[in-house]
Design a protein around this ligand. Structure first.
Ligand code: ADP
Ligand code: ADP
Ligand code: MG
Length: 665
């Protein structure tokens, strides 16, 4: 069966990722989208796109019927589910196949076998795959479960059998805490999965999450593509993933690979899947200390690290296997090259308990260079509360783990996002965390080192001053195609002194910005004492260079209507502009526009009798290879223009006068 057109039943980065591979293979693509995603990147990238419903996933991306209808209408012959949404829904797979289409993923039967953690564990026990010791039987009443917990021995983990994404899980340290933990796990499980049945298992100490990527085809072949270590977790959710696992002994890799292949073979698995194991690393990695947790019967978020160390395209493999081809490579032909690390960038506030955030990505620049970025958004897109707030995945490859980690930290530092708060600084710190860098990792590492990982570095004074200067609009970066400002490194606007208000850590602070020469400013006010003298060297688009106290610095600056973001030394400093606040000119002879430096008058934009508003441009001067636009200090009427185009003026000369306030009224 040849696949010629794939409908992608997903959104965001994974939809874009699948479209890229399909295009490479010469296969046409169909996107589906909700009303909230009408302008989304995946819609733009696909050859065709079909609206399937309103924003909530339950009314769009989870509506199998609407998706099948879209496939039929566009003549797609296959459906790729991505991850999440319908990817592990066996009923959907059956409907797809009944409609005569190819589901790019495993059979409904295989998904069903692994769908519930209790049944999956029972099946794996039969297949002689080591499973986490515990109870996964029928009984659900408190007395039985509490009894099983003490037989297993505390600490134990209560898990929703239908769970996913770390939900419905509670660690219990002592018998006394068991009843409350059970009810709360049940409540969460019921709300998230509509199924409150749980299992209880031994909580493995010094746990590491190591999973094996497996691949099967419809001819009975199964291989593994080595391991990924996803031990860097927060609340049972993956934060940074890597391949291979640090300090993995060959013997253990072989044992885990064999167990994963055995698991896949037990369910006649075809396609991409991941067998997740929990490892007791209290005495290092040992081949007798790993146990099956669950199998994810789909492509995994972190699949790119496997792609980077194997040089393979897993989506291409998925498509080839779904078309009936045999696996492209056998086990002996697979090998590991170097080390790869992935970080998930989320819209969330690490300093506030990782509170999810939303917002429009008013400025977005991903790192260039030898770095892979899988993103589903572009500048101007909005992070809405309807879907997972993941913005992008940044993935680095190196010859060694240290090299890959260093590259990743650097790349995170060059990731510029304004408009919403993100976890990039937290991720970069984690890459450089002493324990993590040394490979001393387990799933508790982030929690143990949370204080240092989430510590907010206050913006240094020169950065605060720069933000105030940027917010004052007294220096405007030139756009490349800006004809008026084409001669100099930047434009200088407005009156010689302005008051500006910016928010630092949520508190509004007032600053005064004063122009003290062609390129020199003094910023004073809140916390800056007598002030900081700064020399603006250049400001082109987002690249600003300035000097303070003899030190020249280069930063990236992204001012918008609501904020000023300064990206400096790998950190994002975000300053809000309070609603309703504006930069006010401070009256410096309110009836006059005065030259602030020696120069030549290039344009005169007003004439006597003109009505002007505060901030309107009046005269443009050229001086010291830059243009300076002088603006009206207030609303009023022009009394007299005292200079003509071409006039050479010195510093402090009156150029235009306004009528006295009384006359103007
Ligand atoms: P992975 O194991 O691939 O790292 P995650 O567990 O982080 O994946 O989940 C991948 C995606 O699938 C996320 O977008 C998550 O929200 C979603 N997801 C995971 N489990 C479920 C589930 N049981 N129901 C719905 N969505 C889920
Ligand atoms: P989910 O379906 O939500 O991904 P998992 O069973 O894969 O659920 O568990 C999620 C995470 O919880 C694991 O990655 C691991 O960090 C932790 N975990 C699960 N089982 C155990 C266990 N028995 N002991 C210690 N940690 C565990
Ligand atoms: Mg899991």
């Amino acid at each position: 069966m040849t696949i010629t057109k794939i409908l992608i039943a997903n959104r965001g980065e994974i939809a874009c990722r699948i479209i890229r591979t399909a295009r490479k293979m010469g296969i046409a693509t169909v996107a589906v989208y909700s009303e909230a995603d009408a302008d989304a990147l995946h819609v733009e990238m696909a050859d065709e796109a079909v609206l399937i419903g309103p924003a909530p996933a339950s009314e769009s991306y989870l509506r199998g019927e609407a998706i099948l209808d879209a496939a039929q209408r566009t003549g797609a012959d296959a459906i790729h589910p991505g991850y999440g949404f319908l990817s592990e829904n066996p009923d959907f797979v059956e409907k797809v196949e009944k409609a005569g289409l190819i589901f790019i993923g495993p059979s409904a039967k295989a998904i069903r076998a692994m769908g519930l953690k209790d049944a999956a564990k029972a099946l794996m026990e039969k297949a002689k795959v080591p499973v986490v010791p515990g109870y996964h039987g029928e009984a659900q009443d408190l007395v039985v479960l509490a009894g099983k917990a003490s037989e297993i021995g505390f600490p134990v983990l209560i898990k929703a059998r239908a769970g996913g994404g770390g939900k419905g899980m509670r660690k219990v340290d002592a018998q006394a805490d068991f009843p409350a933990a059970l009810s709360s796990a049940r409540r969460e499980a019921k709300a998230s999965f509509g199924d409150d049945r749980v299992l209880v298992e031994k909580y493995v100490t010094t746990p590491r999450h190591i999973e094996i990527q497996v691949f099967g085809d419809s001819h009975g072949n199964v291989v593994h593509l080595f391991e990924r270590d996803c031990s860097a977790q927060r609340r049972h959710q993956k934060v940074i993933e890597e391949a291979p696992a640090p300090d993995m002994p060959d013997e253990m890799r072989a044992a885990m690979g064999a167990a994963a292949v055995q698991a896949a073979k037990a369910i006649d698995y075809a396609g991409a899947g991941t067998v997740e194991f929990i490892v007791d690393a209290s005495e290092g990695l040992r081949p007798d200390r790993f146990w099956f947790m669950e199998m994810n019967t789909r492509l995994q978020v972190e699949h790119p690290v496997t792609e980077l160390i194997t040089g393979l395209d897993l989506v291409e493999w998925q498509i080839r296997v779904a078309s009936g081809e045999a696996l492209p490579l056998g086990q002996e032909e697979l090998s590991i090259n170097g080390h790869a690390v992935e970080a998930r960038i989320y819209a969330e506030d690490a300093g506030k308990g990782f509170l999810p955030a939303v917002g429009r990505l008013v400025h977005l620049e991903f790192p260039d260079g030898d770095i892979r970025v899988d993103a589903g958004v572009r500048e101007g897109d909005e992070i809405t509360p309807f879907y997972d707030p993941m913005i992008a995945k940044v993935i680095a490859h190196g010859k060694t783990r240290a090299e890959a980690l260093s590259k990743l930290a650097g790349a995170l530092g060059r990731t510029e996002i304004a408009g919403t708060v993100t976890n990039t600084a937290f991720l970069a710190k984690l890459c450089r965390d002493a324990d993590f860098a040394a490979g001393r990792l387990d799933t508790g590492l982030i929690e143990r080192n949370l204080a240092s990982l989430t510590e907010a570095a206050p913006a240094p004074d020169p950065i605060v001053a720069l933000a105030a200067l940027a917010a004052s609009d007294m220096v405007a970066a030139k756009a490349a195609d800006d004809a008026v400002g084409a001669i100099g490194p930047f434009e200088i606007w407005g009156a010689p002194r302005r008051r500006v208000v910016i928010e630092i850590d949520g508190a509004a602070q007032a600053f005064q910005v004063e122009r003290r020469g062609a390129r020199h400013f003094r910023v004073s006010g809140a916390g800056l004492g007598a002030g900081i003298d700064m020399e603006a060297v250049s400001a082109e688009r987002h690249d600003w260079a300035f000097r303070t106290g003899g030190v020249a610095r280069r930063c990236r600056v992204a001012p918008t209507d609501t904020s000023v973001a300064v990206f400096f030394e790998g950190l994002t400093h975000l300053f809000g502009k309070p609603q309703g606040s504006r930069s006010d000119d401070l009256a410096a002879g309110g009836d006059q526009v005065v030259s602030a430096m020696p120069g030549i008058v290039k344009h005169v934009l007003v004439a006597a009798g003109d009505s002007v508003r505060s901030g309107d441009p009046m005269v443009i001067m050229e001086a010291m290879k830059m243009e300076m636009t002088l603006t009206s200090p207030r609303d009023g009427v022009v009394a007299e223009v005292l200079v003509a185009i071409g006039a050479q003026v010195t510093d402090g000369v009156s150029l235009v006068t306004l009528r006295a306030e009384a006359d103007a009224a």
